[in-house]
Design a protein around this ligand. Sequence first.
Ligand code: SAH
Ligand code: SF4
Ligand code: F3S
Length: 440
Amino acid sequence: MKRYYLKTMGCQMNEHDSEVIAGILASLGYEPTDELHEADFILYNTCSVRENPERKVYGHIAAFRRLKEAKPELVIGICGCMPQQRDELENILEKLPHVDLIFGTHNIHRLPELLERAQSGERVVEVWDEAEVSPGEDHRDGLPVIRKHNVKAFVNVIYGCTNFCSYCIVPYTRGREHSRLPEMVVQEVQELARAGFKEVTLLGQNVNAYGKDLGAGITFSTLLRELHSIDGLERIRFTTSHPRDMGEDLIRAMAELPKVCEHLHLPVQAGSNRILRRMNRGYTREYYLQLVEKVRSAVPDISLTTDLIVGFPGETDEDFADTLGLVEAVRFDSAFTFIYSPRKGTPAAKMADQVPEEVKKERIYRLIDLQNQISAEHMQKLQGQELEVLVEDISSSGLVGRTRSNRQVHFAGESSLIGQLAKVRIVEASTFSLKGELVK
Ligand code: SAH
Ligand code: SF4
Ligand code: F3S
């Protein structure tokens, strides 16, 4: 019996890619392990969106040299977004000579052959710039998948990104936008529903660009409507939406389709028009605020979450104040906040007016403080409410599930409730978690 250790960094696309990798490895007779020293294959599925996680990869893998010395047949691999960049790939090859296997985001399906070659002593490097398939086609169709959860599942709908926000590496690591055929998505979700899954999260760096490359009037909202009619499926989520592509048809579909959950992750990134323009986001602060109003009037009580970057090149105190002001105006339910991290090869990294590290830090603390306060107020309002919770799992502290607004709730109950929708009254609300009790 061979064992693998798989470390996943980055976004949900990577998490789902790792589910496919786990499926392939299981079909090759591998079992997962959490113990590095037990592994015959160590694989890091990497993220390049910021510098820190990249640095960690170098640190961790450098330390595996000793494991390799003790067990020469050990295969050490790196996949995901890091090898998709030429410079980074060169750097990996030079700095980590004990890495045996490198592949990218477009050729995961090639793993069986690549791993076999690596096992026989070859240093295998295979990275594709693009998926090299016709519109709608997908190398991953039909590959085995081992999913992390039994109740909810990730489903890819569109790969890649061609927005080229000036700070972002993703268009370089994931290639151009490429939608899966609607019938393939529908088939996958039907199979999931038949297997007892109750919830799907549709994945794309920009899900609402879905269909543009397919033509024939296929859009993300038409896909949602098709998926909605699948029996047994209870909830539909999706991430991430780009504000610029958030059309009326999608807002209407969200309002009309009961299975589509009342949650929208709508990254705004910054509150200053000058910075938004330099970021190449394609919308203004006023457009965003108006969009939020439209969404809220179509879907009352919707939970709105966002991503924010502080310290983008040229960000002044006034620009940052605009971000704080926007956060106060919108009152997001929660936000992911990031310090701008220059990424080699992106236009923003070459901008002259980089913001000093201390300024970035001071700004992010202020932003986090403000958002935490707002998040806590949103959570407090849930106290005493009865909410629909999809029960996902059981742990030492009882059942765990999520509300339609994607908030995690802990409450006492029987494991037979896993996979069911339960009514739960919220009895305790803190900034990041909810405790409840079963109503029925
Ligand atoms: N496709 C999604 C998000 C992709 S990456 C979208 O456009 O919304 C997730 C988040 O990481 C981004 O929303 C952004 O806030 C952040 N991010 C991307 N590049 C970054 C960089 N160079 N430095 C800091 N944060 C970054
Ligand atoms: Fe990056 Fe912008 Fe594409 Fe999101 S939309 S992945 S931030 S380039
Ligand atoms: Fe990171 Fe690649 Fe996702 S860079 S955020 S893992 S697409």
